[in-house]
Design a binder for this molecule. Sequence first.
Ligand code: ZN
Ligand code: ZN
Length: 127
Amino acid sequence: MQSASSGFHFQPGRLLAVLFPPTCILCGAPGAEGRDLCAGCAAELPFNRHSCPRCAVPFDQSTPVAALCGACQRRAPPFERVFAALRYETPVPSLVADAKFRGRLNTARLLGDILADGVRDQDAPLP
Ligand SMILES: [Zn+2]
Ligand SMILES: [Zn+2]
């Protein structure tokens, strides 16, 4: 037999969102989609969308999509695939340093969410 519903369901995530509303870690504007990043700053992040399918080194726009980079063609690396969601360009180095060395756990969470989004959205099978 089920107990009577009180109509109140404690949801820690929602309480945190009320007490600490998502705020863009780059510009301070309200965050979008529950994250500490606004839509404008998200659109300007250096996503690594065009890269070597094996080692993820960024390509310029003239390189064919399915091509391996020169290093991977000359000598295949001892791994099948690398996924890098972002290129190591501004503001990524400072975000990584914030997460690694300055105890900014919200930045680590945001980078993890971006990585998870990218892994989920790619066509390749998951490991
Ligand atoms: Zn922003
Ligand atoms: Zn490569």
